[in-house]
Ligand binder design. Structure first.
Ligand SMILES: Nc1ncnc2c1ncn2[C@@H]1O[C@H](COP(=O)(O)OP(=O)(O)O)[C@@H](O)[C@H]1O
Ligand SMILES: [Mg+2]
Length: 392
């Protein structure tokens, strides 16, 4: 086509091409604004904007055939194929586009996965940024509560699970590490059957009942379990911290292995901001070792935040039956207060409750209703106040 005839064509123009020319600046503006909206969509696993992560390689807005609206063609590159959270991401993208106020736009999403090269670059970038243990960074906002007990069977994991679920239901971004390598129980208590997504050597915690979780129990039989357990037991906590992508949650809970020594020391070293919460039952056999588990604070600088007495009483038609005796929590609180020279309060006395065990065994923390909201039962209220007093 010659210059001249091109000019004539332009002047006369088909309706459609003239329409396009007029629209072009407007389309560019819409594309920029849509991209801006997409930058607010956060990848639920990495906790980062999908545009920052390079997940939107292409975005084109074109006028729809009806002439009044637009189509937005969006390519989305997921970090891993068949990523379980892809539906969440596409829902959020659809929401961000279809609520665009300036025009009526229909999103068309094409899903693909990142090339190996792009993915490994992204992972190296994230790893470099995070260095080793993300929670030892100065100024990190995460409050860390390590749930400890002298001996097993006192309800430490049940307290940890229900506390985590309460924090999440109260709106805190909550994570939990099952640091009880041999006696893990958080996957069962949260009904988790899936494995964490492995992103080129970096693991994504599994989210259940609003809590980001990691547990050796999620790797049953796999190589990762052997890597983490096996000869590197002492390092397992360090690995939970550095091999898992945590982002920056508001609250991190640790379900520690029972005992009075090693574990609490590794926690104090790896997580200088961690606050110990000691769980005991009322009888002396439990409270004596509970005191010793708190005395670890004399060896390593760590804060003992308080004591939770579990299975304190059984409410039998309004009558409080003290099945496991009386006074253990109070005794631990007083002895630790004296030994450590600062107030170690008795934060809660939780009843013995069949529901707590039964619901927990079915895979739901008892403080939550089946819809995931905080229940209004007395036990849920106790955990809610415990969460609120810890975070104060
Ligand atoms: N307050 C409670 N009421 C009833 N059962 C409880 C309570 N706390 C814990 N349990 C039950 O006691 C057992 C041990 O609790 P668990 O949380 O696994 O303890 P730990 O982690 O200290 O070993 C579990 O079967 C659990 O369901
Ligand atoms: Mg346990």
């Amino acid at each position: 086509m010659s210059q001249d005839s091109q000019g004539v064509e332009d002047q006369l123009g088909s309706d459609e091409s003239r329409h396009h020319c007029q629209l072009q600046p407007q389309i560019s503006r819409i594309e920029a604004e849509i991209y801006g909206r997409l930058s607010k969509v956060i990848d639920p696993e990495l906790g980062r904007s999908i545009t920052d992560l390079g997940m939107i390689p292409e975005l084109h807005v074109v006028p729809a055939t009806d002439g009044n609206s637009y189509d937005a063609n969006i390519s989305v590159e997921l970090t891993v194929k068949g990523c379980p959270l892809s539906q969440t991401i596409t829902n959020q993208i659809n929401g961000a586009v279809s609520t665009y106020p300036g025009a009526s736009i229909t999103p068309h999403i094409e899903l693909a996965s990142m090339s190996q090269e792009k993915l490994s670059n992204l992972v190296s970038e994230l790893k470099a940024e995070r260095k080793q243990n993300p929670f030892s960074r100065p100024g990190i906002k995460t409050r860390i509560f390590a749930i400890a007990s002298g001996k097993g069977g006192v309800g430490k994991s049940s307290v940890c699970a229900n506390l985590a679920a309460s924090f999440a239901a109260l709106g805190y971004d909550t994570a939990a590490i099952d640091a009880d390598i041999y006696g893990f129980s958080l996957p069962g208590l949260f009904g988790v059957h899936s494995q964490p997504t492995n992103l080129n050597g970096m693991l994504m915690p599994v989210t259940a009942w609003g809590v980001k979780l990691i547990s050796i129990g999620m790797f049953a039989g796999s190589e990762q379990a052997i890597l983490w357990r096996g000869p590197r037991l002492q390092r397992s906590l360090q690995q939970f911290l550095s091999d898992v992508w945590w982002g920056e949650p508001d609250v991190l809970l640790l379900d520690l292995a029972p005992g009075t020594g090693d574990m609490a020391i590794s926690v104090a070293q790896a997580l200088p901001n961690a606050e110990l919460v000691i769980v005991t039952t009322p009888q002396p056999s439990a409270s004596d070792v509970a005191v010793r588990s708190g005395l670890v604070a004399l060896q390593v600088p760590t804060k003992v935040r308080g004591v939770v007495e579990n299975m304190s009483y059984y409410d039998h038609q309004g009558e409080r039956l003290e099945i496991f005796g009386h006074g253990g929590g109070q005794r631990v609180s007083e002895e630790l207060t004296r030994a450590l020279g600062h107030q170690v309060p008795l934060l809660a006395q939780l009843p013995l409750e069949t529901d707590l065990r039964e619901t927990g065994e079915s895979g739901r923390p008892v403080v939550l209703k089946p819809d995931g909201n905080l229940d209004s039962t007395p036990i849920a209220q106790s955990f809610k106040s415990l969460a609120q007093s810890l975070i104060r």
